[in-house]
Design a protein around this ligand. Sequence first.
Ligand SMILES: Cc1cc2nc3c(=O)[nH]c(=O)nc-3n(C[C@H](O)[C@H](O)[C@H](O)COP(=O)(O)OP(=O)(O)OC[C@H]3O[C@@H](n4cnc5c(N)ncnc54)[C@H](O)[C@@H]3O)c2cc1C
Length: 475
Amino acid sequence: MAHDCSFLADLSLDGEVSFGESARESHAADFGAEERGEGVIPDAVVWPESTEEVSAVLSAANDRRVPVTPYAAGTSLEGNAVPAHRGVSLDLSRMDAVLDVRPDDFQIDVEPGLLGAQVDEAVASEGLFFPPLPSSGDISTVGGMIANDASGMKTVKYGEVSDWVLELEVVLADGSVITTGSKAVKTSSGYNLKDLFVGSEGTLGVVTRATLELAGRPEQVRGARALFPTLDDAAEAVFDAVRSGVDVATIELVDGDSARMANAYTGTDLPDVPTVFLEFHANHGVEREIEFCRGVFADHDLRRFDAAEEDAMDDLWQARKDLAYAIQLWDPDLTALHPGDVTVPISDYPEMVQFVKERADERDLLVPCFGHAGDGNLHYSVLVDEDDPERVEAAHALYEATIEKAIDLGGTATGEHGIGLGKREFLDAEHGPETVEAMRRLKRAFDPRDTLNPGKMFPETADGERVRAESEQSE
Ligand SMILES: Cc1cc2nc3c(=O)[nH]c(=O)nc-3n(C[C@H](O)[C@H](O)[C@H](O)COP(=O)(O)OP(=O)(O)OC[C@H]3O[C@@H](n4cnc5c(N)ncnc54)[C@H](O)[C@@H]3O)c2cc1C
């Protein structure tokens, strides 16, 4: 349903408001939705320039029951930023200032539209960095990372984005502005609303300022690459390394198919066998840690282990970062279904990897697997000819069975990409209906008119009816 957004013109914003077709079309999808040919064109796009302008837009839209979907860099993979019910796409990318750097406290205050990599650039001269950057850190924003609770290659050592957010300024659905969290590194004061907003995918409030914690750059950074004859060996080796307490900053698994695709896209010459990429951070004794890791891996039929200085690993890391594109462009006749993002307890990781590969072999499907293995995270893409309905059905069955298996193992349908549109149907299975109902009550408390990013997160809001109908009764 189209919404009358003409009220935006009366708000006299400094930021741009557009009703033009190309602006609206460019906000119809995020990376994942675009890849699948999905998307919904909003009625208007607004680029606010301040917290006050975000507040003015939300207040006016909420009064008129016009949906508002926050949009940042649009790199989400699950349709998180798609304006499912049209209305306003609120593009935060122009609120991208560094507000303050406090190196003595290891802190930075930023606006949400700043790219993750720009946080690192802003603090590099102080010898600091923002550790939980996702692989997409140079193309995605702080606000998007907070909203999706992103994590990345260094999460195995440093944790996810939520572990590095100290304080947030948030505009609520009715336009009111709150600050939550603290600049102290710990607080036990009041409800922890800050962590509620992290990972809420723009459904509870719009982040307009964030205080992030930073870490000191380690003096010693080394890379390594380990080759294994089978994926089982590689997955077992990863589990063993984590269980044995190897102090590793990054531990990424890439299967043979993914290595082939990376070579074709990035021009690297990775051996197309199961490979584990590692990065070690330390202020002293890094070589000892590398030897410890090599020893653990040796118990798993390790075929080759090469340690390298940080610079020598750059091409390999780039190949790993580009894998999403490499898979997408591998074969013009094959389409990648929803990207898999399951995460399981680390002891179950080998079983999870084996499950996917066995199901793929049984169905004769091409399923490249890779991921932040040290976190128990497995990304998988089922590549399929969309004109072949039988193969498409088999591919969907594999995709779903993998998520069900992860949940059975005590894991999650999404380790880092969020629910968006793509994972709504698994929410009940993962959390149970009572817990999902508690989440729904929270949504109604913060956003009774279902203004913010409607149609996301909850399965029954796919058509927007349930939350809206209930919110109308409760008013
Ligand atoms: C090649 C590639 C690699 C990737 N690798 C990783 C990875 O390693 N780890 C990982 O976690 N993800 C990864 N992603 C997914 C994605 O990049 C991250 O989730 C990223 O954090 C999204 O940020 P964005 O700025 O693009 O946000 P968008 O996609 O624009 O928006 C994301 C969500 O946040 C909401 N939102 C945006 N700004 C705000 C705000 N200020 N306040 C409230 N809500 C807001 C939107 O409504 C939406 O729900 C990858 C994606 C690609 C394309």
